[in-house]
Design a protein around this ligand. Structure first.
Ligand SMILES: Cc1ncc(C[n+]2csc(CCOP(=O)(O)OP(=O)(O)O)c2C)c(N)n1
Ligand SMILES: [Mg+2]
Length: 375
């Protein structure tokens, strides 16, 4: 035995050998995903703490799940934001327009008209509902999947397209990659291709707002994979030390390109639980799936096509709409987004060919008329 072999050392001779854990995803893209191991609490059961509640009183909530819509699509419980029908319609319109815009731009990318595009399919509500909950002049520090904020804020779609095409009307003069919008008037901080850099930027902006005695808050979003970046952690540190008025959203869609959630620490605990370690008030929210039921109903309304929504215990909840009330330092763990979205039976109902084609035709029309208006 070589002299430097670990088992030859006297101190370790009787110890079992150590082993390294390498996370392995249960499902790869293309497999049938099964998320039945994820505990989904019933809608309406999670209490709603006061927005001034101390972080220490709500630690359990990072392991629970805030869900608002029940299986019949009714908003229930203390988290029901009691939005009026008109606001709900506006939110749905922004979500559907975001999806239509994404589809159109994604096709353009596939046709080689632009080099890069990122869709937000299945998580439109995360951005749109937040935009409705925030004040118009609150500052957003998004990742590349919150284009819904601009659309919810009625930003010109043509202006967004100019940026994507880097044409002469591009306000960023071709100096940014496509979809990395930046608009001061839209309260939309420049998107960066370097993951998680928006986190410390948001916290710094929020600290400045507080230092100036302003009333505006910051909100930022990153994917669950991006929480593995050092920037995420230093941002949390500054946020808690200075109690920066910032909402920190983690959108968990289970994958970071080809790395599954396990490589970002998702096997060990929830992403909302990161907040506990920093003493930040944190919540875990089913923020991705509200739109299944909403979309189904909405499409049925606008298209006159009945859409059967089978009851499913796996769906659903409202996400970001309720966030802003909580104040500084909040996580939304919009778990089970993209893969579960696909696996969900409501999605099947939505994606039945006749419904899909009708929806597509309808939203192409809306998109075209929106574009015509802003030209
Ligand atoms: C610092 C840095 N590392 C790696 C990349 C390459 N990259 C771009 S997107 C991405 C995955 C991000 O996953 P996640 O944060 O979960 O967000 P999602 O795309 O799922 O919304 C990676 C690794 C990058 N852009 N920046
Ligand atoms: Mg992800």
């Amino acid at each position: 035995m070589p002299i430097d072999s670990p088992s030859s050392s006297a101190s370790g001779a009787n110890l079992p050998p150590l082993s390294l854990h390498i996370p392995e995803p249960q499902y790869r893209p293309g497999d049938t995903a099964d998320f039945s191991n994820i505990e989904v609490l019933a809608a309406g059961v999670t209490p709603r703490p006061d927005s001034a509640a101390d972080a220490s009183t709500m630690r359990d909530m990072v392991y629970g799940l805030v869900r608002v819509l029940d299986d019949e699509g009714q908003a229930v419980g203390a988290w029901n934001p009691r939005l009026d029908a008109d606001t709900l319609r506006k939110m749905l319109r922004a979500m559907a327009l975001t999806r239509a815009f994404d589809e159109r731009m994604f096709r353009a990318q596939r046709q080689g008209k632009t080099s890069f595009y990122m869709k937000s399919t299945g998580e439109e509500a995360v951005a749109v509902a937040a935009a409705f909950a925030l004040d118009r002049d609150d500052m957003c520090f998004p990742s590349y999947r919150q284009q819904g904020i601009l659309i919810a804020r009625d930003w010109s779609l043509v202006d967004m397209m100019n940026q994507i095409y880097s044409n002469r009307a591009d306000r960023l003069k071709g100096r940014q990659m496509p979809i990395m919008y930046s608009t001061r008037d839209g309260g939309f901080f420049s998107i960066s291709g370097n993951l998680a850099t928006q986190y410390p930027q948001a916290v710094g902006w929020a600290m400045a707002s507080a230092a100036k005695g302003d009333t505006r808050i910051a909100a930022t979003w990153c994917g669950e994979g991006s929480t593995a970046e050092g920037d995420f952690h230093s941002a949390c540190m500054f946020a808690t030390v200075y109690r920066a008025p910032v909402i920190l959203n983690v959108v968990n869609n289970q994958w970071a390109i080809s790395s599954f959630v396990g490589f970002a620490g998702g096997e060990a605990t929830t992403f909302a639980a990161r907040g506990v370690g920093y003493g930040i008030a944190a919540l875990r929210i089913d923020g991705g799936m509200a739109q299944n039921a909403w979309f189904a109903q909405f499409l049925a309304d606008v298209l006159g096509t009945p859409v059967e929504v089978p009851p499913s215990h796996e769906t659903t909840g409202i996400g970001a709409a309720t966030l802003a009330g909580i104040g500084s330092g909040l996580f939304s763990d919009a778990s089970e987004a993209a893969d579960r979205w696909r696996a969900d039976r409501r999605y099947d109902a939505l994606m039945a060919p006749d419904v899909r084609d009708a929806a597509h035709a309808h939203w192409t029309e809306v998109l075209t008329s929106e574009l015509a208006k802003s030209l």
